[in-house]
Design a protein around this ligand. Structure first.
Ligand code: ZN
Ligand code: ZN
Length: 254
């Protein structure tokens, strides 16, 4: 599968982008960076987005992706999220105040709503256009869920933001042909207490998580905070595990 990393940081400036990933050009995970880095035509090819949690850095471009879909002659955009995450999005973002609820508006180009919400039960695998999705709750400050995606005989795990966690590793270890794991390392080791308080990982706790993962695939640290990106990179290298890497904003073929 092809993984296009549109944003691999936990903050943004002119050269660093918020979390946003695209698999095979049509399935997105998180929406911090989608519209801002994709053409209108590329956006129209996105059929679904899985949202890990409702923090602003993971949903910044979602209202604009939905708005653009309203003026594209293509089918509805399906938004997947764990049930609790979806409830927060609908109550706090797509509430008619911050942004319209486009699931109730009929697009003049397709005579269908521009978007459909698909809340998912924790741990329950579902199928969508030949792809399997298994949402698994992780440990963040608010309801948050990673996802295991099985596509074309390969699997990839995205945790989204998380502190130390277990269930998603157990499920990943039982999944066939895992080709990559994308998790996080937000803060450098000397800010471990801040990482713990905010339910994020540092390279040190990333290393602890790595020991829970038995699959032989690269494990990427995303969501670095900009001022510490070099420190985090060297601390990840110092773990001396050949699977451990930082995630870069580029295209990967897995
Ligand atoms: Zn985040
Ligand atoms: Zn977060």
């Amino acid at each position: 599968m092809r993984l296009k990393v549109l944003g691999a940081y936990g903050a943004s400036d002119a050269e660093h982008n918020l979390t946003g990933y695209l698999l095979d050009d049509w399935f997105a995970v998180d929406a911090g960076t989608l519209t801002s880095k994709l053409s209108f035509a590329q956006q129209a090819r996105i059929q679904a987005v899985f949202i890990t949690h409702s923090h602003a850095d993971h949903i910044r471009d979602l209202p604009h992706l939905i708005h653009n879909r309203f003026s594209q002659a293509t089918g509805p955009l399906t938004i997947f999220a764990a049930k609790e995450v979806m409830e927060l999005l609908v109550a706090n973002v797509f509430n008619g105040l911050v942004w319209p609820d486009f699931s109730t508006l009929i697009s003049p180009l397709t005579n269908k709503p521009a978007v459909q919400y698909r809340p998912l039960g924790p741990g329950k695998k579902i199928a969508f256009n030949g792809v399997s999705l298994t949402p698994v709750a992780v440990n963040h400050q608010i309801p948050a869920s990673g996802v295991i995606i099985e596509m074309n005989g390969q699997a990839i795990t995205f945790t989204g933001d998380t502190g130390p966690t277990d269930e998603i590793w157990k499920r990943t270890n039982k999944t066939a042909n895992v080709v990559a794991v994308v998790t996080e390392a937000s803060f450098p080791n000397d800010q471990q207490s801040l990482a713990d308080e905010t339910a994020h990982l540092s390279p040190q706790t990333f290393g602890d998580e790595l020991r829970k993962i038995s699959v032989d695939a690269p494990v990427y640290a995303s969501h670095r905070k900009i001022p510490f990106e070099r420190d985090i990179e060297s601390q990840i290298k110092n773990l001396r595990d050949r699977r451990a890497r930082v995630l870069l904003e580029k295209n990967y073929t897995l």
